[in-house]
Design a protein around this ligand. Structure first.
Ligand SMILES: *Cc1c(COP(=O)(O)O)cnc(C)c1O
Length: 639
C-alpha cells in the first residue's frame, strides 16, 4: 500500500505526473487548479475548458445514470483540422505539388453522429469516407455532398456493392473501387459496361514491408487482403486488353492499425511508391496514392515504439510521407500524386470518454488480530505467530517463505479435517498480517528482492466499477489494449490506495489490471479512498475508436447512456444529444426474448402463487410492478 502519511506532500504536479495526463492528453485533457480533470476541446483555448465533474453534474441533472459515454464533439473537429493542417504544413515545407485528401474509415466508429460530423466539419478540407462493406457504402452515400471528397470502396464486393459505387462514379463523385481480390475486376468491368460508366479503379497491394504493433496482420506476404505483384501485373494486362487501363488511378495499401514505429511507415510508403512508379511505366494514369490507416495514438504518452504508443508526432508522420513520396517521384520525374490517408483511430480516439462510478471496494487487509491466541491452537498457527514476531528488515525474504509454507500447511490440514474453520480463519489472518508488514518494510530496503517487489500489486484493493469491460472497452479484454484510466476529481488529494478495477459482469476476465505507465505497464492504479455518501468517478479516456460497436452484451449489459456535448465559442456548453442506453427489455429482445410475453408468463406464475396461498392479490400487484420496473431499467447498477 502507498504510505498513508498525511504529512506527505502532494500537489497538482504529483497528480499530473502520476496519471500522465499531459503526456497522453494531446492538449485536450488536463487537471485544473481545483484538482478536477478538464477538457479543452480546442487546444490553446484554455478559456473554453470545462471540468468533467461539472459535466457529470449536468448529466445527472438530466436524469442520466452512470456509466455514461461522453462525446466531446469539438475534439473530433480539432483532430480533423490537426491532420489537415499537418499535411498542409508538410506540403508547403517540402514544396510538394500534389494535394492531400483524408478519408474517414467508417468501421472505426460507425455511429451516425460521427460520420455526419466528419463529413460536415471535414467539408472545408474535402474530407471523404472509406467504406469496407456494402452497408458502410450505403451509409457513406447518404452523406454524399462534396464532389471533391473521395469515397474509397474497400472490402469484398458483390454486385450490389459494385453497382452502387459505379453509380456514385457516374454521378460525378471521386468514388474508387479498390480491387482487393483478382476476381473482383471482372465483375467491375461487367457492371461498368451495363451501367455505362468509366469506373475509377484502385488496387490494394500486399506489401512485403511489415510493421510491429497489435493490429498489423494486414501487412506482409501473408496478409489476407490485396494483390501480390504477379496479380497486379495480370490486372494491368487485363485492363489493357479491354482498353481500360486509363481507369486505373489509385494505389492502396493498409499496413494495419496503430503502427508505433515511424520507420515501418516510411518503408511501406517507399515500397508503395515504387509500385506506383511501376504502374505508371506500364501506362496507367494513376494520380492517387492511398496509404491506408495506421497513424497511431499515444495512449500511454511515452512517445516510444511500444504498442500503446508511437515514436512520432502527427507532424513527423506527414512530413515523412510527403518527403518520401516526393523523393521517389522527383527521381523518376513524375507528377506528384494526390496523397490519401484513411486515418480512423487518430481521428476519433480522443473524442470519447467513458465515465463510471465506483460501487464498492474490497480489500485484502486482514481483520484486526489480537495477539493472544487460544492455548490449544494447532502448532502451525503458533509457527505463523512466531514468524510475525520475528520479522526484521534483515529477514523479510526468509519470513515471506516461511509464511507461505505455514499457510499452505494450514490449508492442507484443513483439507484433512485436522484444523477447524475458525482456526483456519485465524491462521489466514495472521498470514496476511505478515504479508502486509513485509510489504511495508520492503520499501525501506535499498535493494528489493524481486519476489517481494510486486507485493503491492498482489495486495491491491479491488474497486468495483459500474461498467462492463466487454461492452465498453472490448479491446482491453480481447487484445490487452491499455487505455488511460484515472479519477476525474479529488486530484489535489494524495491517492492512498492501490487498486485494480473489476467490472460488474461477475466474469473473472471482466477486470482492468493493466494501466499506462511511462516505463512499461503498471499492474495497479493508485486511487483515493471512497468517502461515505459521495460518488467516486473514474474516466477511461481515448475510447472513441473501435470500442463502441464491438461490445457483445456479455451478461446482458447493454449500450451505455451516451451524452454528446459541444463547447461554444463563448465558453457555454451545449448538451447536443442524449441517448438512452439499452434497457433490460432491449437487451433481452436482442437475444430473441419477447418482454411482453415474458411479463405475461410471469403474471401467470404470480396467479399460481396466489392460488397456492403464498402471496395475496395485493402482493401480486407489487410483484408485477417490480418485474416491470426491472424490465424498463438500465442494465447497469442504478442508485
Ligand atoms: C481499419 C482500416 C483503416 C483504419 O486504420 P486506423 O489505423 O484506425 O487509422 C484504414 N483503412 C483500412 C482499409 C482499414 O481496414
Amino acid at each position: 500500500m502507498l504510505e498513508k502519511n498525511s504529512l506527505d506532500r502532494w500537489s497538482l504536479e504529483n497528480a499530473l505526473d502520476l496519471y500522465g495526463v499531459r503526456n497522453w492528453g494531446a492538449g485536450y485533457f488536463d487537471i485544473s487548479q481545483d484538482g478536477e480533470v478538464i477538457i479543452t476541446p480546442i487546444p490553446d483555448r484554455k478559456d473554453l475548458s470545462i471540468s468533467i465533474p461539472r459535466l457529470i453534474e449536468g448529466i445527472r441533472a438530466r436524469g442520466k445514470e452512470m456509466p455514461v459515454l461522453l462525446r466531446i464533439e469539438n475534439i473530433l473537429d480539432s483532430q480533423i483540422s490537426c491532420l489537415h493542417n499537418a499535411f498542409s504544413l508538410a506540403i508547403a515545407n517540402a514544396g510538394y505539388k500534389g494535394n492531400f485528401r483524408g478519408v474517414y474509415p467508417i468501421k472505426v466508429n460507425q455511429q451516425k453522429q460521427v460520420v455526419e460530423e466528419v463529413t460536415s466539419f471535414g467539408a472545408r478540407y474535402h474530407h471523404g469516407l472509406e467504406a469496407g462493406s456494402k452497408a458502410e457504402l450505403i451509409a457513406a452515400l447518404s452523406f454524399l455532398k462534396d464532389p471533391e471528397a473521395c469515397i474509397i470502396c474497400n472490402g469484398y464486393k458483390d454486385e450490389e456493392f459494385v453497382d452502387l459505387a459505379l453509380w456514385a462514379c457516374k454521378m460525378g463523385f471521386p468514388c474508387f473501387l479498390v480491387v482487393e481480390m483478382p476476381g473482383e475486376l471482372e465483375l467491375i468491368l461487367e457492371r461498368a459496361a451495363i451501367i455505362d460508366v468509366r469506373p475509377r479503379v484502385g488496387i490494394r497491394i500486399k506489401l512485403a514491408s511489415k510493421a510491429g504493433g497489435h493490429w498489423t496482420e494486414s501487412g506482409g506476404d501473408r496478409s489476407i487482403f490485396g494483390l501480390d505483384t504477379t496479380q497486379v501485373v495480370a490486372l494491368v494486362d487485363r485492363l489493357r486488353e479491354v482498353e481500360m487501363l486509363d481507369c486505373l488511378q489509385l494505389l492502396h495499401y493498409h499496413l494495419g492499425s496503430q503502427i508505433p514505429n515511424i520507420r515501418d511507415i516510411r518503408n511501406a510508403v517507399l515500397e508503395a511508391c515504387r509500385i506506383y512508379v511501376g504502374l505508371i511505366s506500364e501506362g496507367a494514369p494513376m494520380g492517387y496514392l492511398d496509404l491506408g490507416g495506421g497513424l497511431a495514438v499515444d495512449y500511454d504518452g511515452s512517445h516510444t515504439n511500444f504498442s500503446n504508443s508511437r515514436n512520432y508526432s502527427i507532424d513527423e508522420y506527414c512530413a515523412d510521407i510527403v518527403e518520401t513520396v516526393m523523393g521517389v517521384m522527383d527521381e523518376e520525374e513524375l507528377p506528384h500524386p494526390t496523397i490519401i490517408t484513411e486515418s480512423g483511430r487518430a481521428t476519433v480516439a480522443y473524442y470519447s470518454v467513458l465515465l463510471f462510478n465506483i460501487l464498492d471496494v474490497s480489500r485484502l487487509e486482514p481483520q484486526p488480530f489480537l495477539s493472544d491466541i487460544p492455548e490449544d491452537a494447532p502448532d502451525v498457527i503458533v509457527n505463523l505467530v512466531d514468524v510475525l514476531h520475528s520479522l526484521t528488515l534483515r529477514n523479510l525474504q526468509e519470513c515471506f517463505n516461511d509464511a507461505i509454507y505455514y499457510r499452505d500447511e494450514l490449508r492442507q490440514r484443513f483439507q484433512h479435517g485436522a484444523v477447524t474453520l475458525r482456526e483456519r480463519s485465524l491462521g489466514e489472518t495472521i498470514f496476511w498480517h505478515i504479508i502486509h508488514t513485509i510489504a511495508q518494510d520492503v520499501k525501506k530496503l535499498k535493494r528489493i528482492p524481486p519476489e517481494l517487489s510486486e507485493l503491492d500489486d498482489a495486495l491491491a484493493d479491488i474497486y468495483y466499477g459500474n461498467l462492463s469491460v466487454f461492452q465498453s472497452l472490448p479491446d482491453a479484454w480481447a487484445i490487452d489494449h491499455i487505455f488511460p484510466i484515472m479519477p476525474i476529481h479529488r486530484l489535489l488529494e494524495k491517492p492512498t490506495r492501490n487498486a485494480v478495477i473489476a467490472d460488474i459482469t461477475c466474469d473473472c476476465d471482466g477486470k482492468l489490471d493493466s494501466f499506462i505507465d511511462i516505463q512499461g505497464v503498471r499492474r495497479s492504479l493508485p486511487l483515493h479512498e471512497l468517502r461515505p455518501d459521495e460518488e467516486y468517478y473514474l474516466g477511461a479516456f481515448l475510447v472513441g475508436a473501435y470500442q463502441e460497436t464491438l461490445g457483445d452484451l456479455h451478461n446482458l449489459f447493454g449500450d451505455t447512456n451516451v451524452v454528446s456535448v459541444r463547447i461554444r465559442e463563448d465558453g457555454t456548453l451545449d448538451y447536443v444529444k442524449e441517448m438512452e442506453g439499452d434497457s433490460v427489455a432491449d437487451v433481452l429482445s436482442y437475444v430473441e426474448y419477447n418482454p411482453k410475453a415474458m411479463a405475461e408468463r410471469f403474471r401467470h406464475t404470480a396467479e399460481m402463487a396466489i392460488k397456492a396461498g403464498f402471496i395475496s392479490v395485493e402482493d401480486r400487484y407489487k410483484v408485477m410492478k417490480a418485474y416491470e420496473t426491472g424490465l424498463l431499467g438500465y442494465t447497469y447498477y442504478e442508485r
